[in-house]
Design a protein around this ligand. Sequence first.
Ligand code: UT7
Length: 331
Amino acid sequence: MQSIRTVSIIGTGSYVPEKVLTNHDLEKIVDTTDEWIHSRTGMRERHIASPDQATSDLGTEAAKVALIDAGIDAEELDLIIVATLSPDMFFPSTACFVQDKIGAKNAFCYDLGAACSGFLFALDAAKNQIACGAVKTALVIGAEKMSTFIDWKDRGTCILFGDGAGAAVLQAGGEGRGIMQSVMGSDGSLADLLWTPGGGSRNPISHEMIDQGMQYLKMKGRDVFKYAVNRMTESVIQALEKNEVSVDEIKCFIPHQANIRIIDAIAKRLNIADRIYTNVEKYANTSSAALAMALDEAAKDGTLKKGDLVAMTVFGGGFTWGANVLEWSKS
Ligand code: UT7
């Protein structure tokens, strides 16, 4: 097997469901205000999937756009990874459903669970499988239907999340350095600060479990906030060192879109406020879709230019976190 050094993103796509839920709409559901939500999170609105849309449907729409952008046929895909914490069902994987919907009959498929960090972890996994020569072309998707397991009575969490999907097509080769080395970490001892405790094998589905609301996402927001700022800042620094790139060389920083105050704190610590990309105002926190959607948007709105060095960073339940650097090679 030949070892291939460069792996590039050759196409991106994203999708959000039609229905928009604004902060003013949320004022009618829970005891909150547009002012509170916007000043504490930077969010104005989020998109919510329709009852007949599952996560794979969102991922499929993003994938179709990414394939067109890449100029390749679905049958050319060797691998599909879907990063998600809201799969269609426990099994088969959401990636298998996407495969069927887009007709990628030559791809092997699996889901990756790293909560909000999932897209960066999946990008790294796919990149390495291509770099070692095992596969040539991969589709990496971050897709979430967060609205299904949000407690719409809990104002501390229901205002924060949205539904959506983003996708990237990766291929061996390309000009420049492509996707470089990632830095990733996890700390399972902090799992209970951000989790959905019910519905799995620990707390299986039962009337009792449902009565206790364990099927909903739970978060200790202030603790998560502190760890998110520290871990994302540290991992960007580590990823820059690992790839021998200076902070000044980075043209665009794309962080996980969880809260504008988290993003601002990272920007301040790294002195990168002029180069940080954010769309949290429009989509809220779409977990593993957020980075993928922001990358696609930055690519399409002209922020990313061929040859630009881009740094990305994520943080999520687990805890999980990471950062990487890539050279954008599309014109
Ligand atoms: O994607 C994974 C990573 N997730 C994150 O990174 C999220 C991290 N955490 C956060 O973004 C923030 O902690 C939140 C946005 C969740 C909360 O902001 P905060 O500034 O940390 O507020 P808080 O939780 O400390 O709450 C402050 C006050 C409380 O009232 P008291 O106890 O001071 O009277 C809350 O009850 O704000 C109240 N509050 C609300 N008020 C109006 C909490 N949620 C709301 C709300 N509307 N929606």
